[in-house]
Design a binder for this molecule. Structure first.
Ligand SMILES: Nc1ncnc2c1ncn2[C@@H]1O[C@H](COP(=O)(O)OP(=O)(O)OP(=O)(O)O)[C@@H](O)[C@H]1O
Length: 279
């Protein structure tokens, strides 16, 4: 694997207004290398989407620094920031809202190709992208409503990757899909980003899929990273008690999985008291 770092985020803090303000992300650092898929997991409200939005440049973090391919995103250098953002693409949870219902799907994939060409990169035809994501090339002239949810997400993935991003930020990209297509769409994303030499930040509640596709995993709780490291090693021997609790909730193929009882306030306090474990 190439060691080119496509994303280097340091000590990111995200706050939302309120009294008191909500500290959604409390000092998160993460690096993603070209060709690498990094998963962000953790219970609802742990700050995963807030990290994704900061990394994708949708929200500006209150503190911290985010570098792409070695270049800083400066709050003052808007033009430079806009330029870097074309090299970052997002795939969201619901493909029905991310695709324009009134435009032919091939034209929407062409938007991605145009973004790549604007950066001087070679861009192929929408038909080729359709084939790459497992769709029939002749469907480019159809409209979004003529596709299933899984097919629409494949189109959104084609559009994002046709822009030849350095980084793909995918926030729950499979959770709105039929269970039967979730795993294949996730596997497709992983294979394509690796093939294109991009990095991927993959957010999912589906820990079985994360185990299968992520090279590394970051476990978040209450806005902080509790544990991070190689996915296979973490699943084989989780170190942090929060990771152990989270992984214990995955149903086993033999049905032996158990959903842990709701954690007590004491357990929760103990999780944040233990220093993060990073491999
Ligand atoms: N726009 C907002 N205004 C105020 N608070 C917010 C806002 N967005 C998120 N939050 C709060 O920030 C915290 C982190 O939210 P975030 O959506 O990042 O978590 P998450 O891990 O992605 O959750 P989920 O898995 O449910 O999407 C939560 O306490 C949430 O209520």
């Amino acid at each position: 694997m190439s060691e080119r770092i496509v994303l280097d985020a340091r000590d990111i803090v995200v706050r939302y207004p309120g009294s008191p303000p909500v500290v959604a992300v409390d000092g998160v650092s993460l690096r993603i290398a070209a060709g690498e898929t990094v998963a962000l997991v953790g219970e609802s409200g742990s700050g995963k989407s807030s990290v994704a939005r900061a990394v994708a440049g949708i929200d500006k973090p209150a503190e911290g620094e985010i570098r792409f391919d070695g270049g800083a995103v400066s709050p003052l250098g808007m033009r430079r920031r806009e330029r870097s953002l074309t090299a970052i693409q997002m795939v969201f949870q619901d493909p029905s809202t991310s695709l324009n219902p009134r435009r032919r799907v091939g034209d929407q994939v062409s938007d991605g190709i145009a973004a790549a060409r604007a950066r001087g990169l070679e861009g192929s035809r929408p038909e080729e992208w359709f084939e790459r994501v497992g769709l029939d090339a002749s469907w480019v002239s159809r409209f979004p409503h003529q596709f299933s949810g899984g097919q629409k997400q494949r189109i959104a993935i084609a559009r994002a990757l046709a822009a030849r991003p350095h980084l793909l930020v995918a926030d729950e990209p499979i959770s709105a899909l039929d269970a039967s297509t979730q795993s294949s769409v996730a596997g497709l994303m992983r294979d394509l980003v690796a093939e294109l030499g991009a990095g991927m930040l993959f957010i999912s509640h589906d820990l079985a899929v994360v185990q299968r596709i992520a090279d590394r995993t970051l476990v978040m709780y209450a806005g902080r990273v509790m544990e991070s490291g190689d996915t296979a090693a973490m699943w084989a021997a989780p170190q942090h008690p929060y990771t152990r609790s989270l992984l214990a909730a995955i149903p086993k193929p033999d049905g032996a999985g158990r959903i842990p009882a709701s954690p007590t306030a004491e357990e929760r306090a103990s999780w944040t008291a233990i220093p993060p474990i990073t491999a």
